[in-house]
Design a protein around this ligand. Sequence first.
Ligand code: ACM
Length: 762
Amino acid sequence: MKKTLIALLISLGAFAQNTISVIPKPQNIVQGKGKFTINSNTQITVGESNNESKDIADQLAMRLQIVTGKPVKVGIGNGTNTIAFVKNTSIEKEGYILKVLPTGVTVEASNPIGHFYGLQTLLQLFPTEIFSSSVQPKISLTLPECTIKDQPRFEYRGVMMDVGRYFFPISFIKKLVDVLAVHKLNILHLHLTEDQGWRIEIRKYPRLTEIGSVRKESMLGHYNDQKYDGKPHGGFYTQNELRDLVAYAQRKFVTIVPEIEMPGHALAAIAAYPELGCTGEQYEVGTKWGVEERVFCPNEKTFEFIENVLTEVIDLFPSPYIHIGGDECPKDAWKKSQFCQDLMKKEGLKDEHELQSYFIRRIDKFVTSKGRKIIGWDEILEGGLSPNATVMSWRGVEGGITAAKQQHDVIMSPNSHMYLDYYQGNPSTEPLAIGGFLPVEKTYSFEPFAPELTVEESKYIKGVQANLWTEYVSKPEYAEYMLFPRALATAEIGWSSKEKDFTDFGKRLTKHFERLNQMSVNYSKAYYNVDFSTEKNNLGQPIVSLKSNDATGLIRYTLDGTMPNEKSLIYTPTKKILVTGDRTIAAALFSKTGNIVSGIATKSYVISKSTGKTYTLGTEPKRYTGGEKYALTNGVRGDINNNEPWVGLNGANFDFVLDFGKKTNFSNVSVAFQGAYTSWIMPPRNIEVMISDDNKTFKSIKKMDLSTGVKIESFVQQLNIAVGNNNARYLKILAENYGKLPEGHPGKGTPAWLFVDEVSVR
Ligand code: ACM
């Protein structure tokens, strides 16, 4: 008995120590029972025939030297007690075979890129301290015996950083390159020009940075707050800095894809050179976020300017792709410009979308003549796609599908999954973000091959990209918080096989957070946030269960919405929470030692005369159903960080008839609507409350205009409507959809969403 227990403990210990946990997950791992330990005689070697991989061997030597404090030699040859970078020409471009045997380690690849990726996997086989930037006296340099065969699923695995809205120092961009490379992400797309700032030195046009890189102030808080900080913000990268950055990234096989925005998002350039606009007026560099109507005018001066700019850009960045923007270009300025109208006639262009296509086509021709390819956001499809363009699909995947069907290359980057400026947790406890709700689990669930595409068409999907827009992200620490761990989910989508399991990813993530700690990456811990789920008892009262992704911690909660602390109630699955009155439950994960590990999650419940009652809707929801048939009376209040409890109607009015089952007294009706301008969700224009006893003839008891702000974000309009004393069986609520999205909105002219939740009646 004793013997067996000891054997079991030993094998458990061995398992815990040696479990292989790599992000992104390799294609194939076979783990053995042995191990290899580096000692003072271990050599790193490259074969004579692959001296081009010497730099990869040096990178490993440098890492080992940093954590051991002792120099490690890089030699030539093979043999035992070596970590050998070996050439194997049968392996495809980015692939590798990593073998750890008790006698030594080999990393096989056909070229340095494969060796580099083999090295990244090898590093994740060491204890997590291998990623430290200082000597780790206790580190044990032991590796588990294994054979890993690996290669990427997609060739383009990217992250975009918006350095236009806020300038980020080159030291941060280099750190970002380091962290991306660890995860086998191979593209850093830099969004270098914006309405609010031009960030790249162009020698022919010095005013771009003298004038265009500085704005007089920045917006504070949300767009609709219309507040400003009164402080100038600026910064730009010199060409020397960018050349150095490109070389730095090349050592890590990260391609920097530069983006020069056109024809929209160009106000900073127009402020520097007013002749680039349609009116010639002198403007200031933008201070307000959103979509700007002052755009490049498609005249010859502009084309000459852009070609000169791109000539310098192409000279600086060896990237095969040059991103030319193309998104969110309102056509108002072109409609008002006689020059543009005459140009359209002369060129036989039927509308301003075709004028935009004409613009992009000319740039495509120029960039193609320099041996490079353009990428543009999916608006470049409107008015006809330019012959050599790759499409970056951001407004969902539809643009990508259309482009692939037209046999154009596509990068999938849908805002539904890949917009890392969206919230990861409850906005009331998270740093300010643009809106939305995009937990790492949602990012992870993205599949780039759309079912609408045939196998042949899917070949045009070249990869994925996550984007960090920075209207609300002014500091490197916060950028890291938004990027990680969601960029790691992106890495796994881009690299690993199609079959995915979030639970497995989560286990590896928990381990991986230790590596991010070693790299001093300020990642978000929202992965551990508490999830709520609700069932009902036979009285229709909600019974709430709480769960976190880390089962080893303790969930603590309050019933009054206050922040839980180390003394709050402890949740256990055997004691679910029965809700019998109005409650806001706030919950968080704590370690056994009492430290808070997650963000705070909250959910509000309302119990009223309508709870559990049935109703009909004039238009049934399709995509946003609220999660169950009677979602509007289930006692769970929709909150801004999760669209799931909400009923969403696209273009339709909310026409709701509640049946109390019998005549019921009431004097107050409460209902909530969402406002999320950038998610195309608008509050209603007006609301009317009616009653009936036969569900045929209704009497109006209240009507209200709701002249709410339009450009509101992350906003819940909670209406509590006093309706006088009533006694009726049926209650009708009519709320008028906003209708078509307004001027200046990227979705202008298409129907708005109306999001409704929890009707409570007292
Ligand atoms: C974008 O988010 N406007 C590409």
